[in-house]
Design a protein around this ligand. Structure first.
Ligand code: ADP
Ligand code: ASP
Ligand code: MG
Length: 431
């Protein structure tokens, strides 16, 4: 039996907590399992390091982002700078890995810490947001055979040129699931500061309910729509390789949330969860010529600048021109507007570019939506009753997302959470 246990930043925030993690890991090993641990940096450390780099960067709008990539926008794409940023931020995980290995040794166990290059964790070339390509098992297997708890530094790898890369904010989740997949671990435990995945962020809605089982697909949607409890790519890996993931508390032994394939999921609620993403901004282009190729030019500019566009709306044409509205990550807003200003559309009148960072996206997710009509209309009704104006809508088979003013984000989240009967306790009758 082999288990991968990943401890997030809050779980290794102090020496006291690191000692507790050491005890927990040793207790797991005593049950006869081989244990590979993946650690994040101590809470706040990654932000501190990014902050130092930002202080050095030129004056102007340098942003500290809570999601990767985390490069001041005007330096994004500056590979020399991004290389150093990854050298810098990867150190946080080295510290916690070594401290945990020492704590395990002090508690009488055998342990060794290994950083990305020591486990041959290969990534693509993208600094600050790299993708894992593979890793060599040899060293980890050898250390496990010697009776060690192997503590790996999460979040980091090595590109083909031998430089350190990092995996985007929250990337230790992905390190852990990828190691679990490659080592064919029986389970990947994500030990964090909540005791599972909830119907929404329990920090925003204390009446959120713990979900006992959730499908990979639903978790993927929730993670990509703003629920930062797991990094999106970790869920992609888990789904692709069928890794059983158990999200649970690092502070107690209670059963958490199992992320499983659809056949194994027991709960088939229409709406499983609600997520809030504050990290989007809206751009509207007015007076866009309604001719073939225009939209391709607009989104070509954004793609060329590596900007990921989320929702897109094009209005019906009036008098040969139209309006186009779309959302981009808030950190990319300046870059997007600058790129669009440089756009030279043939035959265009004065195209106006309006940008609005004060928006957020609320999404409801559930595989049950596939077989239930009227979910979107019920969501609109709930928001209408709260007097919340909907600026944009997008739907897929298993989700409905709306853009609203940032000010109403939490209110909208709570209203939808109650309206779809997700509150703890007897089902709500609010809708
Ligand atoms: P770690 O440092 O262990 O990686 P994170 O801070 O990245 O932990 O993720 C845990 C946090 O995710 C929780 O404290 C919680 O506020 C937030 N979160 C957001 N959405 C959810 C959700 N649906 N269920 C549980 N936690 C959520
Ligand atoms: N330390 C990194 C971060 O803060 C990676 C992680 O915690 O998963 O984003
Ligand atoms: Mg995390």
């Amino acid at each position: 039996m082999l288990i991968v246990q990943k401890f997030g930043g809050s779980s290794v925030a102090t020496l006291e907590r690191i000692r507790n993690v050491a005890q927990r890991v040793l207790a797991t090993q005593r049950t006869g399992q081989d244990v590979v641990v993946v650690v994040s940096a101590m809470a706040g450390e990654t932000n501190r390091l990014i902050g130092l780099s930002n202080q050095l960067a030129s004056e102007g709008d340098v942003t500290l982002t809570s999601k990767g990539p985390y490069v001041a926008s005007e330096r994004a794409g500056d590979r020399a700078h991004e290389r150093e940023l990854d050298q810098l931020v990867s150190t946080g995980e080295n510290v916690s890995a070594a401290l945990l290995a020492m704590a395990i040794q002090n508690a009488g166990g055998r342990s060794i810490s290994l950083v990305g290059h020591q486990i041959g964790l290969q990534t693509d070339a993208t600094y600050t947001n790299a993708r894992i390509l593979g890793f060599s098992h040899g060293r980890i297997r050898q250390e496990l055979s010697a009776g060690n708890v192997v503590v790996c530094a999460g979040f980091q790898g090595l590109n083909a040129a031998g430089n350190i890369t990092t995996l985007g904010r929250g990337g230790s989740d992905t390190s852990a699931v990828a190691l679990a997949a490659a080592l064919k671990a029986d389970v990947c435990e994500i030990l964090t500061d909540v005791d599972g995945v909830y119907t929404t962020d329990p920090r925003i809605e204390p009446r959120a309910r713990k979900i006992h089982r959730i499908t990979y697909e639903e978790m993927l949607e929730l993670a990509s729509l703003g629920a930062k409890v797991l990094q999106i790519r970790s869920v992609e890996f888990a789904m692709k390789f069928g890794v059983p993931v158990h999200v649970r508390s690092s502070l107690n032994e209670s059963e958490g949330t199992w992320i499983v394939s659809e056949q194994k999921s027991l709960e088939s609620a229409v709406v499983t969860g609600v997520a809030l993403d504050r990290n989007e901004a809206k751009v509207t282009l007015t007076n866009v010529p309604d001719v073939p190729g225009t939209i391709a030019s607009i989104f070509g500019v954004l793609a060329g600048a590596d900007i990921i566009v989320d929702m897109i709306i094009q209005n019906a044409s009036r008098g040969g021109s139209t309006d186009v509205t779309f959302t981009v990550p808030e950190n990319d807003l300046k870059k997007a507007v600058a790129g669009l200003r440089s756009l030279d559309l043939p035959g265009a009148g004065p195209m106006e570019i309006l940008s609005d960072p004060d928006i957020c996206k609320i999404s409801i997710v559930g595989v049950g939506m596939r077989t239930h009509a009227g979910v979107a209309s019920k969501a609109f009704e709930i928001l209408g009753r709260e007097n919340i104006n909907i600026q944009m809508v997008s739907t897929s088979e298993i989700k409905v997302s709306v853009i609203v003013h940032e000010r109403y984000g939490e209110l909208a989240l709570r209203a939808l959470h109650a309206g779809f009967g997700l509150h703890e306790g007897p089902a709500s009758s609010a809708a």
